[in-house]
Design a protein around this ligand. Structure first.
Ligand SMILES: Nc1ncnc2c1ncn2[C@@H]1O[C@H](COP(=O)(O)OP(=O)(O)OP(=O)(O)O)[C@@H](O)[C@H]1O
Ligand SMILES: [Mg+2]
Length: 295
């Protein structure tokens, strides 16, 4: 299947458990890029700016009403999100520390991390009473930021570099109910080091304390070329590991999986999978110490 063949876009999932105002002034370039801007809101800790991304998501054929994706695709993402939500805010919540913090990564570039992150965030945002925060952690590629047109907005790097800023200062509201965004922010050649820094660890601690009632999805860099990503994998509660079906060599997948802490709850998403029938279906399985997790 060509990845450009939008109507046939498919995902296979195999989820496996291995287990105030002053601050606002400090935002230097909180221009929300090329995305259509709307109202600014709020007090510290809540998103101040709103970006309209719905029409862009329809155009890019992502998981929103009005796109050309069929019901199978919607179902694929239901299967991906269900165990993640069970660990984040459902029946397994007490068993998975920081289960509401989810890192999306892969072995190598281009396997579909950003595609998965955005669609997963959109799918979870459809849930009643759950607010999703999608954070672009791949500052080199800025996949989420570019896809959603918020690449000029201040974001993660600005917060990491500036003690006067916190995540709430750079958070963007959107016209998708329950979805908030944080862009990658200013380009920084040393971002991979920042990702593994104490400041990043402190920021994640802060997110745990402050946004415990939200699901946070981090679109991360790939593990093998960016080993610092494994530090982030150790800071979150769940990892979604994307594999480009039929393309990524098994040895690379194994090498990358070894970089994820052994007891980390890890879900595997086989992306761009056409299935044995070639119809573009998916295969789903869930393995773990708790058989009740099987769905
Ligand atoms: N299941 C899919 N169906 C259709 N297109 C897809 C699918 N998955 C990914 N793509 C497309 O493949 C390309 C690469 O995907 P994406 O940017 O999500 O990969 P990535 O892992 O984030 O890459 P990078 O490592 O460069 O950030 C994009 O054009 C994306 O739209
Ligand atoms: Mg990406």
């Amino acid at each position: 299947m060509s990845v450009d063949d939008k109507n046939k876009a498919t995902t296979i999932t195999m989820l496996m458990e291995s287990e105030g105002a002053e601050k606002f002034d400090a935002i230097k370039s909180a221009d929300a890029g090329s995305a259509e801007k709307s109202t600014a809101t709020g007090s510290t800790g809540t998103a101040r700016k709103k970006v309209n991304i719905l029409s862009r998501l329809i155009e890019k054929n992502m998981l929103v009403p009005g796109s050309a994706l069929g019901p199978d695709f919607q179902d694929d993402y239901r299967r991906i999100k269900r165990p993640l939500l069970a660990n984040a805010c459902g029946k397994n919540r007490s068993m998975v520390n920081r289960g509401n913090l989810i890192l999306v990564t892969s072995s190598i570039p281009g396997e579909g991390k950003t595609y998965t992150s955005v669609n997963l965030a959109l799918s979870i945002a459809q849930e009643k009473d759950i607010t999703v925060l999608l954070v672009d952690c791949d500052v080199a590629k800025q996949g989420v930021s570019r896809k959603l047109g918020i690449e000029k907005a201040s974001g993660l790097v600005d917060v990491l570099e500036n003690d006067d800023l916190d995540l709430g200062d750079v958070m963007l509201q959107t016209d998708i109910p329950n979805l908030r965004l944080v862009s990658a922010g200013k380009h920084n050649a040393y971002f991979t080091e920042l990702l593994a820094s104490q400041r990043m660890a402190s920021l994640v601690d802060e997110i745990v304390t402050r946004y415990g009632d939200r699901v946070i999805i981090f679109d991360g860099p790939p593990l093998l070329p960016t080993p610092e990503t494994q530090v982030l994998a150790g800071l979150v509660g769940q990892v979604v590991f994307v594999i480009e079906a039929g393309k990524t060599p098994q040895s690379l997948v194994e090498d990358a999986l070894e970089m994820i802490p052994e007891d980390q709850a890890t879900g595997l998403v086989m992306n761009k999978y056409e299935g044995l029938s070639g119809r573009g279906g998916y295969y789903y399985g869930y393995y773990g110490p708790d058989d009740d997790n099987k769905s």
